[in-house]
Design a protein around this ligand. Structure first.
Ligand code: DX5
Ligand code: ZN
Length: 218
C-alpha cells in the first residue's frame, strides 16, 4: 500500500471564494474537484474553464472527479485544464482502456471510479492501466451524505486484486469520509481519502486534514 494521502473536496467550500478556500488547506496532498453535469448525477458544478482558473490559483495538484456522461469525449479537457489526476466513472465510459491510455499519454494520472453498486471484478484486468481506482462510498452527486458501510468489502476486494496483480494503483475512497469512518476505510485497504464536509465544516480545515491523516495511519 502507498502512503496515506488526503484529498479534500471543495464541493462544500464557498464557491464564491474558491481560491481563498483552497488557500485554507495547505496540508492537502491534492485538491479534489467534483465535476457534475446534471445528467450523470442530479447536480451541476463547473467545467474545464473554472477548473483551469483554479489550477492557476494554487500549487497543490488538482484531482478531478468527473461525474459526467460521455467521459470518453470530455475527460481530456481536464488534463488540458491542468489537472494532475483525472477520474472518470466506468458507468459513463464506453472504452475505459482507451480513455485511461489517452489520459496518461496527455500527462495526467488516469483513474477510474465505481459507484456503490458497480463491482470491481469485471474490471480486474484493467488495474495495470490505472494509476488510481476510486471506490465511491456514497451515491455520487452531493456532499454531506452518510458513509455506506456496504462498500467496505469492495475496498477489501479491490486491494486484494491490486496485490494479486502487483500493481502500484492507488485506492481512493470518496463519500462520508470523516474522523469516524476513515479508519474503517484504511483498514480495508484504501490509501487516498477524499473528505468534503468533514474538512470544510471544521473550524480549522487544515488541522482536520492532519487529524484525518493521523487516524488513517493509526
Ligand atoms: C460526492 C462527491 C464527493 C463529495 C464528498 O458525489 O464525489 O467528492 O464532495 O463529500 P463528503 O465528504 O461530504 O461526503
Ligand atoms: Zn468526488
Amino acid at each position: 500500500m502507498g502512503h496515506i494521502q488526503i484529498t479534500p473536496s471543495i464541493l462544500n467550500a464557498d464557491f464564491g471564494n474558491l481560491a481563498a478556500e483552497v488557500a485554507r488547506i495547505p496540508g492537502a496532498d491534492w485538491v479534489h474537484v467534483d465535476v457534475m453535469d446534471n445528467h450523470f448525477v442530479p447536480n451541476l458544478t463547473f467545467g474545464p474553464t473554472m477548473v483551469e482558473a483554479l489550477a492557476r490559483s494554487t500549487d497543490t495538484p488538482l484531482d478531478a472527479h468527473l461525474m459526467i456522461d460521455d467521459a470518453d469525449r470530455n475527460a481530456l479537457s481536464y488534463v488540458d485544464a491542468g489537472c494532475g489526476s483525472v477520474t472518470f466513472h466506468v458507468e459513463a465510459c464506453k472504452a475505459p482502456v482507451r480513455l485511461a491510455r489517452e489520459i496518461r499519454k496527455a500527462g495526467a494520472r488516469a483513474s477510474m471510479a465505481l459507484k456503490p453498486a458497480t463491482p470491481i471484478e469485471p474490471y480486474e484486468d484493467l488495474l495495470p492501466e490505472l494509476d488510481m481506482l476510486l471506490v465511491m462510498t456514497v451515491e455520487p452527486g452531493f456532499g454531506g451524505q452518510k458513509f455506506l458501510d456496504l462498500c467496505l468489502p469492495k475496498i477489501r476486494r479491490a486491494r486484494a486484486l491490486m496485490d494479486k496483480h502487483g500493481v502500484e494503483t492507488w485506492l481512493q475512497v470518496d463519500g462520508g469520509v470523516s474522523l469516524e469512518t476513515i479508519e474503517r476505510c484504511a483498514e480495508a485497504g484504501a490509501d487516498v481519502f477524499v473528505a468534503g464536509s468533514a474538512v470544510y465544516s471544521a473550524d480549522d480545515p487544515d488541522a482536520m486534514i492532519a487529524a484525518l491523516r493521523d487516524k488513517a495511519a493509526s
